[in-house]
Ligand binder design. Structure first.
Ligand code: ZN
Length: 246
């Protein structure tokens, strides 16, 4: 089974379309979406429409989906994120809002090898920042491979023989993690708002037969996504950060 894995699209239609074009050349059987379809970006309705039309096998919610759909208040959001999510709530069509509000919380088990979550397997809203977070997540995970999002950093961790190793973004692309006998915590990166210093759109592909997780980066028309953010009157810093990948 080959899974295309998309996370943190964040209403960036330009990035999503570019990823879907790239993914069309990569054979895959199923689609997993790890949450945060909306928030920050200028096209929440068109992104939700596009994802719904793809009929993903599993979509879980992210923190921005909860607030953008009105399920939760934007507590814990900074001023910029809060103003963007208020705009998102007002802009979302009622049908898309209801669809987002009905998304299940992670973690969810996908098959014998994989589970998915937005933040961590112990708390959908928690962030994986340091080794302690990684180990706690691997402890809580119920499958050998746990895929997560939320940090917008493309990274893979492997715990084997009591030693933790990390594969991060470097010049070598795509980044491939071979699934051996260890336990894995892997973030395919953010489609629509990368924060690891590489502004290109990120996504992943899991092949359970080859036992590989491959993480890709692709160029997309960043200037067009920035222009959309400015045109909608969203905070300009949200446009600027797309070019920085921060
Ligand atoms: Zn996010």
């Amino acid at each position: 089974m080959r899974y295309l894995v998309l996370s943190d699209i964040h209403a960036n239609l330009e990035a999503l379309e570019a990823v879907l074009v790239a993914a069309a050349d990569l054979p895959h059987d199923r689609l997993l979406v790890l949450g945060d379809l909306v928030g920050y970006g200028a096209d929440p309705n068109r992104v939700v429409d596009r994802v719904r039309a793809l009929a993903p096998d599993i979509v879980i919610r992210g923190n921005h989906d909860k607030v953008g759909s009105g399920l939760e208040r934007p507590e814990g959001f900074n001023a910029v994120a809060r103003s963007a999510i208020r705009w998102t709530f007002e802009t979302l069509a009622p049908d898309n809002r209801a669809w987002l509000a009905a998304l299940p919380a992670g973690p969810l088990l996908v098959d014998d090898l994989i589970e998915i979550c937005h933040g961590t397997p112990f708390d959908e809203d928690a962030y994986v920042f340091d080794d302690g977070d990684v180990l706690r997540s691997l402890e809580a995970a119920r499958r050998p491979v746990c895929l997560f999002g939320h940090t917008h950093v493309q990274v893979g961790y492997c715990l084997a023989d009591r030693s933790l190793t990390m594969c991060t973004a470097d010049a070598a692309r795509p980044l491939e993690v071979s699934i051996g006998g260890g336990r894995y915590l892997i973030n395919p990166g953010s489609v629509g708002q990368p924060r690891d210093g590489d502004p290109r759109a990120a996504f992943g592909l899991v092949d359970t037969t080859a036992r590989t997780v491959t993480m890709y980066r692709i160029d997309y028309p960043i200037a067009r996504a920035q222009a959309r953010i400015v045109a909608e009157g969203l905070p300009e810093v949200l446009a600027q950060r797309l070019a920085l990948g921060r």
